[in-house]
Design a protein around this ligand. Structure first.
Ligand code: SAM
Length: 414
């Protein structure tokens, strides 16, 4: 029986990173929770998506005349900052449907793009692009945490990359495909593994909701979903699975919805003020947990740090505050194991349990930075990062609502 390495250290100041990156801060409750997460999880026996070796399905490969599988975010801003010159080597750590890579190949002659993704579907698309641009695209299938071993085999060595892009999170191609199990509006197996079944020991979301005890589940929801009603949701899940195992996305969405009165179902609003389902944060938390996303992001930033040459440029696109805070602190050279630096006001608010207000304040600070000294660089041992956080323009958000929560952080390697 496999022992899964998944565990939670969701002390609030570690951003929910798992213990293999961030040392333990010793909260008794979370230590207990982690011990429980070492419990071997039942392998998922429901229907699984096609094997990585199988041919891509038509639904996963759009032709150019169809709607794009994923609309890349802030392409112009990324290209402008990366400032790639002909003949340079670019690393796209998150190929997805290849939108950013294609834009780079189309706008810069003789560029070499090394493209990575952990998703076998994305990898197959990257291989197709490599055929379209012979000698200019090097695809690699792997997680960020594997790239330090994989890239040297492709001749990509430390200091050998001129520009790098990390576009964090999931692609629309993953989110929109019911069989991948990320979507709370399309019924499918509760899967959520970006790697598909490349790692048979890796638990999927159904394993997590069926095997974690109630308290551990609540911790996952709090740490990775920043969900307030964790106990209520965890209790509803525990109650439901005692009757019947949870294996489908819509099943989970309705179990979470059942924990709330009807009036609360769509009472939450997203950044475009559109109603958002009460289970949205639960799905986000599970996805981050299943894919170990925050540790992986940390590993991806390290890969960029190792491979970029001095004065090499980095763009990081993030889509929620956990990713963005981690990126900001990494580029500032902060010790991620230490509590984040906080103003006296922020500390006082945190002590009074006003965490949410604090995040709002953090965002306001960033916006102030944009107006006052947005262009000024902040130097750490490895990076000069611009304080200014770039956000998509109104027009882009209207055209592509998924861009609404995007933040682009930019930095130059020292
Ligand atoms: C937002 S999409 C990228 C979209 C892409 N820029 C485009 O224009 O189509 C993020 C991609 O990163 C991949 N990914 C996420 N975490 C990863 C990791 N730890 N290692 C490798 N790839 C990862 C996902 O599988 C997904 O395909």
């Amino acid at each position: 029986m496999p022992i899964y390495r998944f565990m939670v250290t969701p002390c609030k100041w570690t951003l929910g990173l798992c213990k293999d990156v961030i040392p333990d801060h010793g909260s008794r409750m979370f230590r207990r929770c982690r011990r429980k997460l070492w419990h071997p999880l039942r392998p998922y026996t429901g229907s699984v998506p096609s094997s990585p070796d199988s041919k891509l399905k038509n639904s996963e490969m759009s032709t150019q005349s169809e709607r794009p599988l994923h609309t890349p975010v802030m392409v112009n801003e990324v290209l402008q900052f990366l400032d790639i010159k002909p003949g340079q080597v670019v690393l796209d750590l998150t190929f997805g449907a290849g939108g950013h890579s294609k834009a780079i190949l189309q706008s810069i002659p003789d560029v070499m793009v090394v493209v990575a993704d952990r998703d076998p579907t994305a990898f197959q698309m990257a291989q197709r692009l490599a055929e379209e641009y012979p000698g200019q695209v090097k695809p690699v299938l792997g997680r960020f945490s594997e790239l330090n071993n994989l890239l040297p085999t492709l001749g990509v060595d430390p200091g050998g990359v001129d520009a790098a892009l990390l576009d964090a999170g999931c692609s629309s191609m993953q989110m929109d495909s019911a069989e991948r199990g990320f979507s709370l509006s399309k019924d499918g197996p509760l899967d959520m593994r970006m790697d598909r079944d490349r790692y048979p020991d890796m638990p999927c979301a159904a394993d997590v909701v069926n095997a974690l005890d109630q308290q551990a589940l609540a911790s996952v929801l709090a740490a990775y979903g920043e969900e307030r009603h964790t106990r209520k949701i965890a209790a509803a899940i525990a109650q439901a699975r005692s009757v019947y195992p949870i294996g489908r996305t819509l099943q989970l969405a309705s179990i979470v919805a059942g924990a709330f009165p009807d009036s609360a179902l769509y009472a939450r609003r997203d950044r475009l003020q559109r109603p958002s389902h009460v289970a949205t944060k639960t799905f986000q938390a599970l996805r981050i947990f299943v894919n170990n996303e925050l540790n992986e992001l940390h590993a991806g930033l390290h890969v960029a740090q190792t491979l970029l040459r001095p004065k090499g440029r980095l763009c990081v696109l993030t889509f929620h505050s956990l990713e963005d805070r981690l990126t900001k602190r990494f580029l500032r050279g902060e010790d991620l194991a230490a509590p984040p630096r906080r103003s006296i006001r922020q500390r006082a608010k945190a002590q009074h349990g006003l965490e949410r207000e604090e995040h709002k304040e953090e965002e306001e600070e960033e916006e102030e930075g944009e107006n006052e000294d947005g262009e000024r660089g902040r130097e750490s041992a490895h990076w000069v990062s611009l304080k200014k956080v770039i956000k998509p323009c109104e027009e882009e958000v209207q055209e592509n609502p998924r861009a609404r929560s995007a933040k682009l952080r930019t930095a130059v390697r020292r």
